[in-house]
Design a protein around this ligand. Sequence first.
Ligand SMILES: NC(=O)c1ccc[n+]([C@@H]2O[C@H](COP(=O)([O-])OP(=O)(O)OC[C@H]3O[C@@H](n4cnc5c(N)ncnc54)[C@H](O)[C@@H]3O)[C@@H](O)[C@H]2O)c1
Length: 666
Amino acid sequence: MADGTFDTLAVVGAGNMGSGIAQKMASEGFDVFLVDLDEEKVRRGLRGIGKTLDAGVERKLFTPEQAAAILSRIRGTTRFEDLRDADLVVEAVFEDAGVKRDVFARLEQVCRRDAILATNTSSFAVGDLASGLQWPDRVIGLHYFFHPAKNRLVEVVAGERSSAAAVARAWMLQERMGKTPIRSKDSCGFIVNRFFGPWLAEAVRLLDEGVADVPTIEAAAKQAFGIGMGPFELMNVTGIPIAVHTDDTLGAAFGPLYGTPDRLRRQFESGEAWDLSGEPEPAKFDAVADRLAGIVFYIASALVDEGVGTIEDTDIGARVGLRWRFGPFELMNRYGLPRAKQLVDDVAARWRVAVPRVFARQAAAGAPFAFTLVRRADADGIATLTIDRPDALNAINGPVMAQLAAAFHAAAADPAVDGIVLAGSGKAFIAGADIRFFVKNMEAKTIARIYEFTKAGQQLLLDMQRCRKPVVARVQGLALGGGVEIALACHYIVATPKATFAFPETGIGIYPGLGGTQRTPARVGRGLAKWLILSGETVTAEQALAIGLVDRVVPYGELDAAIRACVAKGAVLERQPHAVPDDFRAIASKYEATDVEALRASEKRVGVKAPIALRIASDLIDRGEGQPIEQGIAMELSHLEEIFSTNDAYEGLSSLGKRRPVFTGA
Ligand SMILES: NC(=O)c1ccc[n+]([C@@H]2O[C@H](COP(=O)([O-])OP(=O)(O)OC[C@H]3O[C@@H](n4cnc5c(N)ncnc54)[C@H](O)[C@@H]3O)[C@@H](O)[C@H]2O)c1
C-alpha cells in the first residue's frame, strides 16, 4: 500500500450504485467490503450483484467460475469496524447530506489515516461533505454512472481541501479498474450532469411549447446525438424523479436556464411514464436538434469558462458516460462555428445570459475547436507525454501523431527534462493506428496520405530511438500494432502485469510499418519476431519479459519508481537481442527455419492471415537483419503503396470489429 497500490476496498451503501461499484472492484481482483444498514439490505445488494453476474455468464462475459470468484471477493457487512484495513472507501448512501456526513464521521473513526474516502454524491459539494472532518484532505469525489459495473466513466473530483496525492492515487485506481476517469472541479453537477439534466429539460420544453411531439423529439435527438434512446425514453428508464432532482439542484445553483420545467414537474407528480407512441415528423427534426444542441453548446462552453472541465474531458464525458457519438465540442465543430454561434446566441438571448468567453473567442476566430490529444506533465525532471483518447484506446491518427511529435521534440529540447515517458490514458497503452483513417483514404484513393502519415510516424520513432535522453514506454494495459511499435522505439519498456502485446496487422491484411518488422527482431531475435508478427499471438507481460520484448514488469503502484530507475540508467542507443528462453526455443526455431508458405500450411494461426501481408512481413524481417534501422524502415515504407492497394488490406481493415475477413491473396 505504501507504494500507492490498493488491496482492500470498501463501499458503503449496497443500493443501485454501491452494489455495482463493489461488483466492478471485485471483478478487477480486489477484496471488497460492502456495507449497509442491516443484514437484509446487505443481502439484497449481494443478490443484485449475483443477478448481474448471472446475466454476464449468460452473455458469455464471464465463466461461471469467474462469476463465483468475483462474488466470493465481496464481503457483505453491517459493521463499519470491518473497514479498518480498507485502502479506499466509496460512500454511495442516500443523497442526503446529513446521512453522508454521518457516514464520513464514522469512517474517520475506523479507517487508517492514509485511507482515501470518496463520495459518489451527484449534487453536493465534496468540500462541504468533508468540512466537519479532522482530515478533509483525504476526501475526494468519485462520481460513477449507472450502471457502474458497465459504464466506464468516472468523474474524479478534488474538493476544496482534497490533497493532490489522494486525487492522484484514486485516479490511478480508476485506470487500474478499467474505468475512464475525467477530472472535474467541485462544482454542482460536475461535468456531465450539468449539461445532461438541461438537455432533458430542453426536450420537455420543446414538447411544452408545441415545437414537436414526443416521438419527433425522440427521433430527432437520436439522429443528432447518435444515441440509442431519446430523452423521454431515457427518463422513463432511469426515472423521472432523478431528472427532476438533477434539474432542481442545478436550477438552485445556476439559475432558471438550468431549472426544472413545469411540464416535467407535472409529469413527475402524475407518476406516469412519458408516452412515446406516435409517428415522428421528420420535417421538424432540424428545429428540435438545433434547440437541443444549442443548450448543450452553451453549457459545455460555460463549463470550460468556469474551469469545471476541459473541452476534452467534456467530450469524453458525453461519449463515454452518455454514449453520445460525439461530444459537445466535436458536435460544434461538425455544425461549424458560424452555425453553432447562431444557436448559442439564441440561448443567450432567450435566457439573458452572456455567451461564454471560450465560445465567443472560437466563434470570432471562425476555426474549429482544437483538442489536446497529448498531455504533458513534468515531475522530477521527467516529462510524461500521455496520449489522451481513452475511449478510442489511444489509437494513433494524424492529429495525435503531430501532437506527439511536437510534444516529444519540445521535451527533448527542454534543458529541465532528463527523461521522457510515453503513456496512454485509461485502460490501454495504445491500440495501434486509427483503422478508420486507413479505410477512408483507401476508399478515397488517397493512399499518399497513409504514406505521409507512416513516414512522419517513422521519423518520430527514429527520433525517439536516437534521443540522447532516456525514453521510457509506460505500458499499463493493451499495446497493439502501432502501439507496440511506439514502445519498441523507446529505450525502455516498463509494463504492469496487466499489459498485453500483439501485432494484429497480418490478420487485417497489412504488416507493421512503423519499424515493427525491424525493432522486434532487434529485441527478441528473428524467430520470435516472426512468431509475433506472422501469428499475431497475444503475449502477456510475463511472457514479454521472458523473451525480452519488455525490460521490467512491476505492479501498478511501482511504475513510477521503475520508470525513474530507468531514467537514472540513461539512454540506450545500442542493443543486442535477448537470448531465446528455453520455453520459447522450439517456436523460435520453427518460425526462423520455416518459410512463409510452409508456415501457412502448418500453423493454423498463420493460415488465416492475409498471404501478401505475411510474405512482405517475413521478407522485411529477413532483409532487415544486420541493416541499420534507417534502411529497415525505408524498406517497410517501400511496400506501403503495394499493400494498401490489395483487396485483402481493404477486406481486413474494413471488416474489423464486424466480421471475420475472407482473404483471397489478391
Ligand atoms: N442512481 C444513479 O443513477 C446515481 C448515479 C450517480 C451517483 N448516484 C449517487 O449515488 C448515491 C447512491 O445512490 P443509489 O441510487 O445507489 O441509492 P439507493 O437508494 O439505491 O442506495 C442507497 C443505499 O445506501 C444505504 N444506506 C443509507 N444510509 C446508510 C448508512 N448510514 N450506512 C450504510 N448504508 C446506508 C441504503 O440502505 C441503500 O441500500 C447517491 O449519493 C446518488 O446521488 C446515483
